[in-house]
Design a binder for this molecule. Structure first.
Ligand SMILES: *Cc1c(COP(=O)(O)O)cnc(C)c1O
Length: 433
């Protein structure tokens, strides 16, 4: 098996980047701090593969963190983007493509009647929280430990000490007064949610949740968990907000809400709906969304929001996703990979759990499947770092952190999946020895 070792050019790119970019990167996970070593710089991507600046090829399981669901540089998507770009990158005014993409989103997700496009998942959750607060006249928000909703001040919170459920800043620069507006619960623990709501429910604007948690590996909601959140919100007049920035159009057409049959009040989307361009959205029923400016008093705006290039990438991507059998085929590939990883680990005597849905997959170096953030933290992250490098050397591009989900695309053919599984067989043996 080809071994990728020469990364001289990556090393010099990183040195150059560190002189002028914070830590050499524009998003911290790219710095490889969680797995050690130096970041690998990419030159181009095609289908299921990414290619680094030294000419090494990797099967990609990051998929630009989810958006690349139809594979990298898919010809019809690239053509749509090129055609849009030739007509102007951004107008700062209305274009027809905005309604077209919104029609696709609203048509796919029954809980969404009106859509507002923004430029990142962070903006989507920030704006949805503002709307939830405006609509309820309340300040507090409930979130779950280990769920990530972007770098919004009020959502960058860690658990307070002791029994207190109020959030503490999880980043320098987040004022305690802001962090305290967020109440924290453990994922999959309805009893804690019910206790928080019994005490604070009348002040809670929203419960915000990833309906499948994808920022602490891959954690499915336990039986009845999402239903319980819906019921708690209904009891207290709070809004249920699904952050489907990762799961939207990734685990199923529309999102996980189309599978689980729990209807949120507001939905946040991102990643896949932009097909690799900076496009995200929030949406919900007309009655709620009409409270956003210019129809209502909740202000939210964006210079580049709904720009024609981003819309074109989203429309072209979702056109492929909408084709019959797309998600079944994707899920088949993902399931085959999950099985292959599990038996590769088993063959080497390494405890591993996997979970998957649609084109989303998680692996946990643990004998028991994680149910919450504490479980995810208890996985062997040092061993993950070794596995990451063993795979990188064998031409597989894994997310550089054991807390991240992996993403399979329609372009991952049998050969690509086989390459990953064979690399994993060797990789697990290497880390076990
Ligand atoms: C990626 C992600 C975000 C943040 O999106 P950005 O575009 O990186 O700001 C928010 N929520 C979830 C669930 C995500 O996975």
């Amino acid at each position: 098996m080809a071994v990728n070792r020469n990364r001289d050019k990556s090393a010099s790119c990183f040195e150059r980047a560190c002189r002028v970019l914070v830590g050499g990167v524009n998003s911290p996970v790219r710095a490889f701090r969680a797995v050690g070593g130096e970041p690998v710089f990419l030159d181009h991507a095609e289908g299921a593969y990414v290619f680094d600046v030294d000419g090494n090829r990797y099967v990609d399981l990051v998929g630009t963190w989810g958006p690349a669901i139809v594979g990298h540089a898919e010809p019809s998507v690239v053509e749509a983007v090129q055609q849009a770009a030739a007509k102007g990158l951004s107008f700062g005014a209305c274009c027809e493509a905005e309604a077209e993409l919104a029609e696709v989103v609203a048509g796919a997700i029954p809980s969404v009647e009106l859509v507002r496009f923004v430029n990142s998942g962070t903006e989507a959750t920030m704006s949805a929280m503002r709307l939830a607060r405006a609509a309820t006249g309340r300040a507090k928000v409930v979130k779950f430990l280990g769920c990530y909703h972007g770098h919004v001040d009020a959502l960058l919170v860690a658990a307070g000490s002791g029994a207190a459920s109020f959030g503490e800043p999880d980043s320098a620069g987040v004022p305690p007064a802001v962090a305290e507006t967020t109440l924290l619960a453990a994922y999959n623990d309805l009893a804690v949610v019910d206790a928080i709501m019994a005490e604070h429910g009348d002040d809670v604007a929203a419960i915000l949740v990833e309906p499948i948690a994808g920022n602490m590996g891959f954690i499915k909601p336990a039986e009845g968990f999402l239903e319980g959140l819906r019921a708690a919100c209904d009891r207290h007049g709070s809004l249920l907000v699904f952050d489907e920035v990762m799961t939207g159009f990734r685990v199923a057409w529309g999102g996980y809400q189309n599978i689980c049959n729990v209807r949120p009040d507001l939905t946040c989307l991102g990643k896949v709906i932009g097909g690799g361009m900076p496009v995200a959205a929030y949406g919900g029923p007309r009655s709620l969304m009409e409270q956003v400016s210019p129809l209502g008093p909740t202000y939210q705006a964006g210079t580049l929001s709904g720009n024609p290039v981003g819309m074109a990438a989203g429309i072209a991507t979702l056109r492929i996703c909408r084709s019959p059998g797309f998600y079944d085929a994707l899920q088949g590939k993902t399931a085959r990979l999950a099985d292959g990883l599990r038996s590769a680990a088993e063959g080497a005597g390494v405890p591993l759990c996997t979970g998957s849905r649609g084109g989303m997959l998680g692996m946990a170096l643990s004998a028991k499947a994680p149910r919450n953030f504490a479980d995810a933290q208890a996985c062997d992250h040092a061993v993950f770092g070794k596995f990451f490098h063993a795979m990188l050397d064998r031409g597989v591009w894994l997310p550089p952190s054991g807390y991240e989900a992996m993403f399979v695309s329609a372009a991952h053919d049998d050969a690509a999946i086989t390459q990953i599984i064979e690399a994993a067989q060797q990789g697990f043996r290497q880390i076990a020895s």
